[in-house]
Design a protein around this ligand. Structure first.
Ligand code: CP
Ligand code: NVA
Length: 306
């Protein structure tokens, strides 16, 4: 299955993800090998929200593959209010070879993909972060040497990162236990899709309000910020609601000595995770961040190389 765009992980199937992982492993081994498969290609990075990892890893990755990239930021995009996503997609299709879009509304990435003649990659929307989900699962496979039999405990907000993890785990047959406070559960539409896929792949996807139950027997404990970009006005309410969901040493101990800690970053240290856990030997957050580069190079090759 070769998709034209990457809007969510629902655009991929198990075979396509495993193929991407094989290419990722090769690219990671070759590092900056002087082959230029994307020479002459230009990638546009349309970002309504701030970014460090996504922007830098796409720009550097595109350069390593021989192409160039250009950044169009929040000032030009004005939260998508300056022009309709479909107009932008049609115009940019005349200049560029690919688009990475980071938007508030997920529907804007969908609209761009629908009207674009060139591949559109979701670089994070309010409901999805597929590049992150791929890098996360590649990292788990790299660290553990397998995905089967792995249990990921996702502790925190049922947000964009959680949704992509749910989709990826469902496709690849990974056991995922999502623990959120009441009122912060993942989108039921995504949950339904993941549960349906899980029946085919053999994945176990569970939802609970009890983090202790999630982390029991977990291979990986994963968390993300309680307040995502665009939700800043809910910060105080969220801090109260997520009490008991901070990943600390006691929670990691409950998971077991072998458990790894993951976070998509940026982290709000002292909020969803303690310094002690972030800086512990169990933490693989920087390897995880590095893998964004390698996985996205594989995505770029699969979508942009003719
Ligand atoms: N994890 C992630 O997407 O980081 P940025 O927001 O810095 O791109
Ligand atoms: N859930 C976070 C992820 C940042 C990479 C956000 O949307 O802000």
């Amino acid at each position: 299955m070769k998709p034209k765009h990457l809007v969510t992980l629902q655009d991929l199937d198990r075979g396509a993800i495993l193929q991407l992982f094989r290419t990722t492993a090769e690219l990671k081994q070759q590092r900056k090998a002087p082959s230029k498969p994307l020479a002459g290609k230009t990638l546009g990075l349309l970002f309504q929200k701030p970014s460090v990892r996504t922007r830098v890893s796409f720009e550097v990755g595109m350069g390593q593959l021989g192409g160039t990239s250009l950044y169009i930021g929040p000032v030009e995009l004005q939260e998508g209010k300056r022009e309709a996503p479909k107009d932008m997609a049609r115009v940019l299709s005349r200049y560029l070879d690919g688009i990475v879009a980071r938007t508030f509304r997920h529907s804007e990435v969908e609209e761009m993909a629908r009207f674009s003649d060139i591949p559109v990659i979701n670089g994070l929307s309010d409901t999805s972060h597929p590049c992150q989900g791929l890098a996360d699962l590649f990292t788990v496979q790299e660290k553990k040497g397998r995905l089967q039999g792995v249990k990921i405990a996702y502790i925190g907000d049922g947000n964009n990162v959680c949704h992509s993890l749910m989709e990826g785990c469902a496709l690849l047959g990974v056991h995922l236990s999502v623990a959120t406070p009441k009122g912060y559960l993942p989108d039921p539409v995504v949950a339904r899709w993941a549960l349906q896929q899980a029946k085919k792949s053999g994945a176990r996807i569970e939802f609970t309000l009890d983090p202790a139950r999630s982390v029991r027997g977990a291979t990986v404990v994963y968390t993300d910020v309680w307040t995502s970009m665009g939700q800043e006005q809910e910060k105080l309410r969220r801090q109260k609601a997520f009490k008991g969901f901070r990943v600390d040493s006691a929670m990691m101990k409950a998971a077991g000595r072998e458990a790894l800690f993951m976070h998509c970053l940026p982290a709000h240290r002292g909020e969803e995770v303690t310094d002690e856990v972030m800086d512990s030997k169990q933490s693989i957050v920087y390897d995880q961040a590095e893998n964004r580069l390698h996985v996205q190079k594989a995505i770029l090759l699969s979508l942009l190389k003719k």
